[in-house]
Design a protein. Structure first.
Length: 168
């Protein structure tokens, strides 16, 4: 039988692997964006937030004796690398990347809401506070993407119709 603490540790490991995957995806996306400066800047900002989030989760895991999962982290990085490469072969990479980012942010939001509830149940106030801080950053990124999806799409379509490099 698993305890609330066992589940919290397992889910924190999953979140750490998720953030390492996000870091790989964001870095690949950031490096390829050329013609969308606002999107590039926001992704760069979120990339730094994501790196800090992974460190914060690792600290939580170390404090409760869970450590991070190297296997999950590597699997996440390999998946993210493949996702990053997939954008090289589509003409609407910037739009599909925005869609994927928006979707992934909502996956992260749900994950952190679960972690907050689990930390509360387990009586781990420090982990709860860390996850609440991360949740705020994920919500802010999802909101920024939501507010800018139309603009990115319109910029892509304008560039595509003018036969200007629109992909990235």
């Amino acid at each position: 039988m698993s305890t609330a603490q066992d589940n919290l540790v397992a889910w924190l490991r999953d979140a750490h692997a998720m953030e390492k995957q996000a870091e790989t995806m964001l870095k690949a996306q950031y490096e390829r964006i050329k013609n969308y400066p606002d999107l590039k800047a926001r992704i760069g900002q979120h990339l730094e937030e994501t790196r800090q989030q992974a460190k914060s989760l690792e600290t939580c895991l170390n404090q409760i004796g869970g450590g991070s999962s190297t296997i999950k982290d590597m699997a996440g990085k390999i998946t993210a690398f493949g996702q990053g490469l997939s954008g090289l072969f589509v003409s609407d990479e910037i739009v599909k990347g925005s869609l994927a980012s928006y979707t992934f942010e909502h996956f992260e939001i749900a994950s952190y809401r679960i972690l907050i509830a689990a930390a509360e149940f387990a009586g781990d106030r420090q982990t709860k506070a860390v996850c609440e801080g991360i949740l705020k950053e994920e919500i802010a990124m999802a909101k920024w993407l939501e507010d800018n999806l139309s603009g990115v799409t319109e910029a892509f379509l304008t560039r595509a119709e003018a036969d200007i490099t629109a992909k990235r």
